[in-house]
Write a protein that binds this ligand. Structure first.
Ligand code: ACO
Length: 448
């Protein structure tokens, strides 16, 4: 199979959201902390009738319908998620009824999980399958689904929720440059979920930021080495038309991209002109550890990066800024933003993606665009996703209502024997929602 990659995409996020400006005031944070300090505009969250299973059912059903894909044509289904509703039964199995009713139960794949990285693991599994000798000619389907919720405190505004479905196959408008992949994996306790009775993570915010940047450095270094070996020339950010990051909050994305330019400076790469060299020269003697702490370096490299950021990164930031951290779906929501913003301009372009999951696992990889043919064309992906319409039709809730919902769901997490309000008035037609968890913890859903 040639040009294996993403043929089609669909994104779903809850219609319920809260403005960061409003949350900031409610939390008593200083004005601008969430909007400028974190760089976030709005945060989506599941109400008590939605969860990672209902969101993924919505995304999968909608993708199959809107691209006219026969469920029998799916040979592999992989789910990436870090939201645990069951320690054994995979989310994938909850999606099987969609295929069972068409007589297709011959579908490989289960769930992948490691913080925000599970979606990338799922995606690689599908791409590798299509590229392998066990491929049976059918499509792969990847689903990234998460509800990111934090306990009250500084991490709470970095929540979010979404599900993204991606159809994988050959001759894709978004094809993998499979040889260009570099990973960094290590054992750290930056963000983890050891308390199985709680949906909330244990998080060392500062450490998670540094781990993210260290993983970025390692992946970028390896990526450049592989590129140079393959192409016989040095890589710099100029060789990437766009760079897409896992996006817990926008400020970290800004810092990450600047960090790539600092790496270019250290390797004396082509993106760094004389003026930039002069700005960054004072920092060339910093130890790596010092470089993660230096405010002055952060400022200088952000200045150097600014024009590149505006061209190569800014178009990827829309959905993550509006929806928040979607964990496994975050990177792909940033990617969806790029397609939404630049669809007609993408053919022939290369995009570099950086996936990070705490704990930690990280990979940098490369994709190439072509326009593709309907229904699997970039322009059709844009119209199916209808990002602008979905963002516009949301409902902003008051902070008191948000806090109340968080409390209710905290209480229900891991619980049984309850019926939800079944109130789907805010949901769009076609959306799945949770109706009941019975005395044996079995979950029931309905479709609006
Ligand atoms: N106006 C403008 N900026 C402000 C204001 C203000 N009024 N107040 C604070 N800021 C800035 C700060 O200077 C800081 O900027 P900096 O990062 O450039 O220094 C930023 O806002 C955040 O403020 P802090 O005081 O550093 O934030 P805090 O410690 O309260 O929490 C954190 C931020 C650590 C990101 C927290 O939200 C968190 O733990 N989130 C979850 C972990 C996370 O997302 N990690 C990322 C990678 S791992 C993953 O994806 C889960």
């Amino acid at each position: 199979a040639k040009n294996v990659g993403i043929l089609a995409m669909e994104i779903y996020f809850p219609p319920t959201c809260i403005k960061q400006e409003v949350l900031e005031a409610h939390d008593g944070a200083s004005k601008g902390k969430y909007t400028i300090g974190l760089g976030q505009d709005c945060m989506a969250f599941c109400s008590e009738v939605e969860d990672v299973i209902s969101m993924s059912m919505t995304a999968v059903t909608s993708l199959l319908e809107k691209y006219n894909v026969d469920p029998k044509q799916i040979g592999r289904l992989e789910v990436g998620s870090e939201t645990v509703l069951d320690k054994s039964k995979s989310i994938k199995t909850f999606l099987m009824p969609i295929f069972e009713k068409c007589g297709n139960t011959d579908i490989e794949g289960v769930d992948s999980s490691n913080a925000c990285y599970g979606g990338t693991a799922a995606l690689f599994n599908c791409v590798n399958w299509v590229e392998s000798s066990s491929w049976d000619g059918r499509y792969g389907l990847v689903v990234c689904t998460d509800s990111a919720v934090y306990a009250e405190g500084p991490a709470r505004p970095t929540g979010g929720a979404a599900a993204i479905a991606m159809l994988i196959g050959p001759n894709a408008p978004i094809a993998f440059e499979s040889k260009l992949r570099s990973s960094h994996m290590a054992h750290v306790y930056d963000f983890y979920k050891p308390d199985l009775a709680s949906e909330y993570p244990v998080v060392d915010g500062k450490l998670s930021q540094t781990c993210y940047l260290m993983a970025l450095d390692a992946c970028y270094k390896g990526f450049c080495q592989k590129f140079e070996k393959m192409e016989g020339k040095q890589f710099s950010v100029l060789d990437a038309d766009y760079v897409v990051f896992h996006s817990p909050y926008n400020k970290l994305v800004q810092k990450s991209f600047s960090r790539m330019l600092f790496n270019d400076f250290l390797r004396n790469a082509s993106s760094i002109d004389e003026a930039a060299k002069e700005k960054l020269a004072p920092f060339s003697s910093l130890s790596i550890e010092e470089s993660y702490q230096s405010r002055d370096l952060e400022k200088a490299s952000q200045q150097v990066a600014k024009p590149f950021y505006d061209a190569k990164v800014q178009p990827t930031t829309l959905i993550p800024k509006q929806v928040g951290n979607m964990y496994t779906a975050s990177l792909y929501a940033a990617f969806a933003s790029l397609i939404h913003n630049k669809s007609s301009d993408l053919a022939g372009k290369r995009v570099i993606l950086f996936s990070y999951g705490s704990g930690l696992s990280a990979t940098m990889f490369s994709l190439r665009f072509t326009e593709g043919e309907a229904p699997f064309s970039l322009s059709n992906i844009v119209s199916v996703m209808s990002v602008a319409e979905k963002l516009k039709s949301r409902h902003e809730l008051e902070p008191e209502k948000f806090v109340e919902l968080m409390k209710l769901m905290e209480h229900r997490y891991g619980g049984k024997d309850f019926i939800t309000s079944k109130d789907c008035s805010l949901l769009a037609p076609g959306t799945y929602y949770l109706t009941e968890v019975d005395s044996k913890y079995r979950r029931f859903y309905a479709k609006k």
